[in-house]
Ligand binder design. Sequence first.
Ligand code: SF4
Length: 308
Amino acid sequence: MNPFPYSDDNKRYHTYSYYLKHKYGCKVARVTLNGGFTCPNRDGTLSTGGCLFCSEEGSGEQIAFPEKSLEIQFDAGTKKLSKWKNTKYLAYLQSFSGTYADIDRLKTVYDKCLSLPNVYGLVIATRADCIDQACCQLLAEYADKTDLTIELGLQTIHDKTNKIMNRCEGFSEFERAVNLLKSVNIPIWTHLLNGLPYETHDMMVESAKVIGQMGINGVKIHTLYYLKNTHFAELYQNFAMDKDEYINTVCDQLEVLPSEIVIGRLTGDAPRDKLLAPLWTSRKRLVLNAIDTELVNRNSFQGKFAAL
Ligand code: SF4
């Protein structure tokens, strides 16, 4: 018998599908859109190089027609999901920093997203340093009228890693943005990236433990991967995580994350044709099954050690 309370199946962690099913009572899908934003870590404001792990898509999924209108992107995105009937959608502004523009432009993009057919909510991915008072006030207005979630890319709480990765922001910016968003009750998700250069197992688990105590609503855990013919891979690919090490780390992280926190993902999503290392990341099902098995073998579940 599965002892984990937020599960209808064998999962011993709080899956996103469980959360959506219980919140909406029907199939809900996120449609990834490019709102035409950039990022202060790429446009020269802080740096032009970006975070070392950033992709051409601005750390977002590959989108069909990213340069076209939101309507065209949405149409292409929902066509892929057409086998599901009566689906509700969340517009997901994932690429680059979705709060990095003046207030009028933000309003235009957000309103357009919410006017798309069967869109019931908005998920905006951004950097912590792109949330200021004025932006937070605008987001609070949207949170009053729709289902809004802000995703802040943290990756690690350790600033020495942030420096190596050219993040050009640190954990204190994240704390400040979290406090600001929480003061107006906006749900916050974040990302953790395992396998960052020079990070030990204990550092990765500490990152999970700290964010678990901050009142965050959801977490996505990824593996750092390396792509062929990139300078980043040349420099750091020897840090690529071993599969067993990754599974052990993720289970340790789940154990310290409170059970109420929704787990958005537990694997990376590297483009297979470009993936150099770690190659096991392309076998997502195998990784997820191994995490399930490890939790059963430990007789454990998400949150088991969260309060300790
Ligand atoms: S903050 Fe995000 S979009 Fe900007 S450079 Fe870093 S990963 Fe890329």
